[in-house]
Design a protein around this ligand. Structure first.
Ligand code: NAI
Length: 385
């Protein structure tokens, strides 16, 4: 069993602490804010009360797990840890200074990981005197429930560390995938068109949000439609991710954010949590009924789907991850009904090519450019699986 040190007792740090404690590891959870630590402890107690009520654990076992977590208000408790996972505020300078500080306390063998969603692991590792022990371990929210974990070796990370971390993550019951240190890693890169192409359809007036959501859930089989989902995630979070991915890709137009979402963000219409986003959540306001025009629903679904497939295919083309990991990431990280490369084979690569070429020929916009891998596969009569 390993000793895990977690920095940041917010939503992610607390969830990650629970994951490791449930698998028998001892955990030290550190936060600069004492209240955050108290809240984390209380929330965990409530979670375990529910798990005991559901008979997932006996009261003794639940207590034993909670006792595995030590809440520390000083970093000195990190002296004997084997792995540090940082889950503090998403700010590069602060993260770098925390990594520097931690490196002075932990042993030379201790692995240092960041749970960052949007910063490069290379830039965080650059703050360390032993950058070869730094890696990204990116959990999804809520960490105890979401199986996917993205593992991100940086250019500095030593050979073999990603596989060691992968084995550890597997041993705590999670599904790790290995991805390159590029913006958005897998999920936050490949999922962009689900939002952006849907907003584009809305902006062009092809259909309203209700109809686009209905097309993606009823025809596409997605659990939530893009507009419901963005309102649920919050436009503060979702818009910022979109903007950060766009900037990090040196402004590649295929990741361009939309003005519609930016304005919601600026207006403070964050979605469900603020009572208004694409939808109005005020009491008594009913959603409009979606269109039942099957041809329209099919058209919407196909356009968003081929854009998603193209993004996944391009990630494969650029060796961001392997085929299986790309598909696992989307089914386990964002609950897509199917892996996108598997879906591509079922849909037919030639059809994906034709649909995208048609969009490109119509718009002459870079966002619709087909990934070369699809054209090559069609030429060679190959499929992804
Ligand atoms: P949060 O705001 O809920 O928690 C952050 C915690 O870090 C707070 O309790 C704060 O007091 C503490 N903190 C801030 N600066 C600190 C410092 N210098 N030393 C020690 N503790 C400090 O944030 P959340 O949502 O848990 O996110 C944490 C990290 O995880 C971020 O890097 C974020 O990008 C990443 N992440 C977030 C996901 C999400 O859906 N919320 C999903 C995956 C990753």
């Amino acid at each position: 069993m390993k000793k895990i040190g977690i920095i940041g007792g917010g939503a992610m740090g607390s969830g990650i602490a629970q994951v490791f404690a449930q698998s028998g590891h001892s955990v030290v959870l550190y936060d600069t804010n004492k209240e955050a630590l108290d809240r984390s402890k209380q929330n965990l107690a409530k979670t375990f009360e529910k798990l005991v009520a559901k008979e997932k654990y006996t009261a003794e076992k639940a207590q034993e797990i909670q006792n595995k977590i030590e809440y520390a208000d000083s970093l000195t408790a990190f002296a004997s840890i084997d792995l540090m996972i940082e889950a503090i505020i998403e700010n590069l300078d602060i993260k770098k200074s925390v990594f520097k500080q931690v490196e002075e306390i932990v042993s030379d063998e201790c692995i240092l990981a960041s749970n960052t969603s949007s910063l490069s692991i290379a830039s965080i590792a650059s703050a360390c005197s032993k950058p070869e022990r730094v890696i990204g371990i990116h959990f999804f929210n809520p960490a105890p429930l979401m199986a996917l974990v993205e593992i991100i070796p940086a250019v500095q990370t030593r050979e073999g560390l990603a596989d060691e971390v992968k084995a550890l993550i597997q041993s705590v019951g999670k599904l790790p995938v290995i991805t390159k240190d590029t913006p958005g890693f897998i999920v936050n890169r490949v999922a962009r068109p689900f939002y952006s192409e849907s907003i584009r359809l809305l902006e062009e007036g092809v259909a309203d949000a209700e109809t686009i959501d209905f097309a993606m859930t009823s025809v596409g089989g997605f659990r939530m439609g893009p507009f419901e989902l963005m309102d649920f995630i919050g436009h503060d979070v979702n818009y910022r991710v979109t903007e950060s991915v766009f900037e990090s890709f040196f402004y590649d137009p295929r990741f361009k954010p939309s003005f519609s979402q930016k304005r919601l963000f600026e207006a403070g219409y964050y979605g469900r949590k603020s009572g208004r986003g694409f939808y109005n959540y005020a009491e008594g306001v009913e959603k409009k009924a979606p269109s039942q025009d099957q041809a329209l629903l099919e058209k919407i679904y196909k356009r968003v789907l081929v854009m998603l497939i193209n993004e996944a295919a391009d990630a494969l083309f650029l060796n961001i991850a392997n085929r299986e990991d790309l598909d696992t990431a989307m089914t386990k990280g964002v609950n897509y009904p199917k892996g996108l490369l598997k879906w591509a084979d079922e849909y037919g690569l030639e059809k994906v090519q034709d649909d995208l070429d048609e969009l490109y020929n119509y718009y002459h916009e870079d966002r619709y450019r087909l990934s070369p891998i699809i054209r090559n596969y069609v030429k060679e009569n190959k499929t992804f699986y």
